[in-house]
Design a protein around this ligand. Structure first.
Ligand code: FAD
Length: 422
């Protein structure tokens, strides 16, 4: 049952945030919230704080790009099922409907003692509370020969936008009979079922357009999310086209040869006509630079509020955070953002804060009109965000059920996009 937390309980639960309760009251004028990152985590937090505080809080959203292309449904774009425009969103409504001050620029540093964010070009923005939601960064150095520059030829397409467009163009240019080589990353990473949905939708595109082609996946893991469902679907729709190689067979990718279009593993080497390397991941660079990440490369948080346990007055949302049982997904980031917005409003305006309830569902397309899903509800405990119940599609489900799941995914995309971008 929902209940109001006492300020004392919040203090105990919030770890570092506890010190914020002892801090002097917010200076004169409206309290200021700054949000770094306008993805599902940051934009949702900005929108909910502004919307629900009805003008009582001054909200600034700092986002590097004028428009955000969602990673979710970017596999549908790569597979030719969606236009790029249909997965790209602006921030106009956040500004016009909720009075959010949208700054298009890259946040370069955070001074957590002085409570100031600096943006490329020199602009500084002060805050009472800061939300950091920069998504992921890549450990390019994990694979010899791979880098941000090489990713222009051998894309990761794991941050949607220009990278997704490169991969799409390369698939269109590939000859029939070519090899699409994909290297899924080790755990933990953004969107656990994502690489396998990509394999399915690239396979569908190739089957329809270049049926002599092959897909080889050189995985950094021995098992993966929704594995039985994907393997069933791959066999049903694309039999003989996909070869998935677990870590224990290849030893995983060790080096990337851009000129030779080859991936080297501990043993065998694999040549591709189009290569998609998805490197190991860590929290977005600004989170690390601000001292919010721990030795894992990700940012520990208070499970009740998403407050950083490493800096006062700072909250970390979405993929950058260590949300324990919750996967790194857009749905999860959106859910965390609402809990965080409620906690921040409570601190700044004295509004009520209820026990947070988190949820997540990850839909994946196996083929057009064949969708599967996995999901759970979560609750905050002192130690972590823990799952309370989980569900997953079953192998052997009939076509009507799969079509209904695919339609549900389309409905979710429309709903969550409106919830994030207004
Ligand atoms: C192929 C693929 C498919 C996926 N499918 C699904 C799915 O079906 N369902 C689902 O729920 N999730 C899915 N995901 C996962 C989902 O996209 C991510 O978990 C989600 O985007 C995380 O949100 P975020 O706000 O933490 O980060 P992001 O979406 O990465 O947003 C971060 C934002 O911060 C900005 N930024 C970063 N650093 C700075 C800075 N220093 N200054 C200013 N701005 C900055 C970036 O430009 C970006 O706009 C998928 C991911 C991939 C790659």
């Amino acid at each position: 049952m929902d209940r109001k937390f006492t300020r004392r309980e919040f203090g105990i639960m919030a770890g570092v945030a506890a010190s914020t309760l002892a801090a002097p009251a917010i200076a004169q004028g409206k309290p200021k919230v700054v949000v770094i990152g306008g993805g599902p985590g940051g934009a949702t937090a900005a929108r909910y704080i502004a919307k629900d505080s009805k003008g009582a809080v001054d909200v600034t959203l700092i986002e590097a790009n004028a428009r955000h292309t969602t990673c979710f449904f970017s596999n549908l774009y790569i597979g030719g099922l969606r236009s790029f425009d249909s997965i790209t969103h602006g921030y106009d409504k956040l500004a016009s409907d909720h009075g959010i001050n949208v700054v298009t620029g890259f946040a370069t540093s955070v001074d957590t003692a002085k409570r100031i964010v600096t943006v490329a070009g020199g602009q500084s923005v002060s805050y009472d509370k800061l939300v950091v939601a920069p998504g992921i960064d890549f450990k390019y150095e994990a694979y010899e020969g791979y880098s941000k520059e090489v990713a222009e030829t051998i894309p990761h397409a794991w941050q949607a936008g220009p990278q997704s467009q490169i991969l799409r163009r390369q698939l269109e240019a590939m000859d029939d009979g070519g090899v699409f080589l994909i290297a899924p990353p080790p755990n933990p990473f953004r969107c656990p079922p994502g690489p396998y949905e990509r394999i399915a939708l690239v396979a569908q595109y190739l089957k329809r357009n270049k049926p002599k082609s092959k897909i080889i996946a050189v995985d950094a893991k021995d098992k993966f999310s929704k594995q039985a469902l994907f393997e069933e679907g791959w066999a049903k729709y694309y039999d003989g086209m996909i070869e998935w190689l677990p870590l224990n067979i290849t030893g995983g990718v060790k080096a990337v040869d851009e000129k030779g279009m080859t991936l080297h593993t501990g043993g065998e080497s694999f040549k591709g006509d189009v290569i998609n390397v998805i490197p190991p991941q860590k929290a977005g660079a600004i989170a690390t630079a601000a001292g919010l990440a721990n030795e894992t490369g990700w940012c520990p948080i208070d499970p009740f509020t998403m407050a950083s346990t490493r800096a006062p007055h700072v909250y970390v949302l979405g993929d950058s955070s260590i949300a324990a049982a919750m996967p790194k997904s857009g749905f999860a980031a959106n859910s965390q953002a609402k809990a965080c917005a409620m906690a921040i409003r409570a601190e700044l305006t004295g509004s009520r804060a209820f026990e947070p309830r988190y949820s997540n569902t990850c839909w994946s397309m196996i083929a057009s009109g064949d969708g599967v899903k996995v999901g759970a509800s979560y609750k905050a405990t002192r130690e972590k965000i823990a799952s309370t119940d989980t569900f997953i599609s079953k192998t052997g489900e009939d076509a009507a059920m799969r079509t209904a799941t695919a339609e549900e995914a389309e409905g979710w995309y429309a709903g969550i996009s409106a919830d994030i971008f207004g």
